[in-house]
Design a protein around this ligand. Structure first.
Ligand code: SF4
Ligand code: SF4
Length: 257
């Protein structure tokens, strides 16, 4: 059995800003919202999202006998205020796969475990696992919000068959988000679904992003030109508007890395 405190200490030594551990289990509550999002066609041309839905929702289908999901956060901070080239904060830094994947592999080697390193290209729902691991909650802009670094974070995981000594408690949706909605109002393209408050399931369905209306989609995927009725607001790579509106992101000062 792995000691959870040791995992977190080693993750910090490798350079991660936060680490949490969730028990590998099915994301039963998240499957219906994901399938609703796909049925609406809000994944635009990202056909790969239609594949491996079951694996996305259950890491035990990714790694046979998986018991734990070790989740890590690497914070990159808000956009550089001196840049005027329309490049979003995440893209102002070194390409994150180049940074995070070797760090995850190093953590796995230090722990001496078998497991699958996940860094964007593996069908696993990063934000839901990070929320389950107690690292934050999912905001209405559909990104993970951490208490320390807001949503200016990249996420990664190691799915392992090892049992851990302690698993995090989680709270996936915060009351603050359900009463706020500043990110929804800040989007010039109404890409974020308006709030419904009738039930927990309806709230989950309202935390959805329509990629067909999202600047960040068109400026990073290029499958088709951005429709002329949408407003890129000067962005040429990504878009930070909904994140800039979030009070948790405004608390994060300076350029982190
Ligand atoms: S990234 Fe930009 S276009 Fe996309 S939801 Fe956020 S504010 Fe709207
Ligand atoms: S702007 Fe408000 S609703 Fe949106 S993620 Fe931040 S706290 Fe939640």
């Amino acid at each position: 059995m792995l000691n959870s405190a040791d995992i977190k200490r080693m993750a910090a030594e490798v350079g991660f800003d936060a680490c949490g551990i969730a028990r590998a289990d099915a994301l039963t509550d998240e499957e219906y919202p994901l399938r609703t999002w796909l049925a609406r066609g809000w994944h635009a041309e990202l056909q790969y999202m239609e594949r491996n839905v079951e694996k996305r929702m259950d890491p035990r289908l990714l790694v046979e006998g998986a018991r734990s999901v070790i989740c890590v956060v690497s914070a990159y901070g808000p956009p550089d205020p001196d840049r005027t080239d329309g490049v979003a904060a995440y893209a102002q830094r070194r390409e994150y796969h180049e940074v995070m994947k070797p760090m995850l592999q190093e953590l796995k080697a230090r722990l001496g475990i078998d497991g699958k390193v996940c860094c964007d290209t593996v069908p696993i729902s990063d934000k839901h696992w990070a929320a389950r691991a107690g690292l934050g909650w999912i905001g209405r802009h559909t990104l993970l919000v951490t208490p320390q670094w807001g949503s200016w974070v990249n996420l990664g995981e190691i799915v392992t068959t090892e049992e851990c000594s302690e698993y995090s408690e989680h709270s996936e949706y915060s009351d603050f988000c359900s009463k706020c909605g500043r990110c929804v109002a800040a989007c010039p393209n109404q890409a974020l679904a308006p709030l419904k408050q009738s039930s927990n399931q309806a709230i989950k369905q309202s935390y959805m992003l329509n990629l067909n209306r999202c600047t960040a989609y068109y400026t990073t995927h290029h499958q088709r030109p951005m429709p002329t009725d949408l407003d890129a607001h000067g962005y040429t790579c990504g878009c930070d508007l909904c994140q800039l509106a979030c009070p948790f992101n405004q608390k994060v000062g300076g350029k982190i890395k």
